[in-house]
Unconditional design. Structure first.
Length: 245
């Protein structure tokens, strides 16, 4: 019954690949925003290294080097871009991504923090911090990073899924249920969030709602394994305990 969580967390780690390069600024007040990097305990330093996607100059070479998995070379091209007067936000964001690909998580975290310092309203730097936390498999850090994203964008799908998964893993099933319900408000067709909610309800003792959620999933995806497993547990004719009280 815990298998769905591993699937959920594994999938979340892949989401960063689709990030935009120049995220739009959001109309939040500085008093609300602060620095999301500071909120999760990452010390900020002036952005001294690397940058993000641009289609000419050093960064085109950096992108080509990344394609060939030559991450050190890609980082050197980014450093050259920044040294020549390139955009500090772009440099730090791209460096974070390259360090992440390289497996240098502290450096990736620092670079994303630098990008966040330059543009504290941008989503991608804090999503980068979330990705690094997930790669480090640090549950508390994952939750802090996800909550930092949600301060900027409360309906962010990935961050809410991360909060739900983190709460579920720490057996905070009510917190997990809250996160999954928030996702379903915006994405009522999301089967993973509904499955997460069903299992969270199951473990908080709300078995009637859990059964309802499993049935909703199975009415559309009859072979969805986590829903089938939960439905079987809750229905006596299928070998379950039978009591919904």
């Amino acid at each position: 019954m815990f298998r769905f969580l591993a699937t959920l967390l594994a999938g979340a780690a892949l989401a960063l690949a689709g990030q935009t390069l120049f995220p739009a600024l959001l109309p939040h007040s500085p008093a609300v925003v602060k620095s999301a990097a500071a909120a999760i305990g990452v010390k900020e330093k002036p952005p001294v290294v690397p940058s993000n996607y641009v289609l000419s100059g050093p960064l085109s070479a950096s992108i080509q080097a990344e394609t060939n998995k030559k991450y050190e070379e890609a980082l050197k091209e980014v450093a050259a871009y920044q040294k020549s007067g390139g955009d500090a936000f772009v440099a730090s964001l791209r460096a974070g991504w390259l360090y992440y690909l390289k497996g240098a998580y502290p450096e990736a975290e620092q670079s994303y923090a630098n990008a966040n310092r330059v543009q504290p309203l941008a989503i991608n730097p804090v999503l980068g911090l979330l990705t690094v936390a997930e790669a480090m498999k640090d549950g508390k850090r994952i939750q802090r990073a996800a909550e930092a994203v949600l301060k900027l964008e409360p309906s962010n799908y990935r961050a809410n899924m991360a909060v739900g998964g983190s709460c579920y893993a720490s057996r905070d099933y009510r917190g997990a249920a809250f996160a999954y319900r928030r996702i379903l408000t915006s994405y009522p067709d999301d089967v993973d969030a509904r499955s997460g909610l069903a299992w969270a309800d199951y473990f908080t003792g709300d078995k009637l709602d859990a059964l309802s959620q499993f049935q909703k999933i199975l009415s559309i995806y009859p072979d969805y394994p986590h829903a089938r497993e939960g439905y079987k547990l809750l229905t006596p004719l299928n070998g379950g305990a039978g009591s919904l009280r």
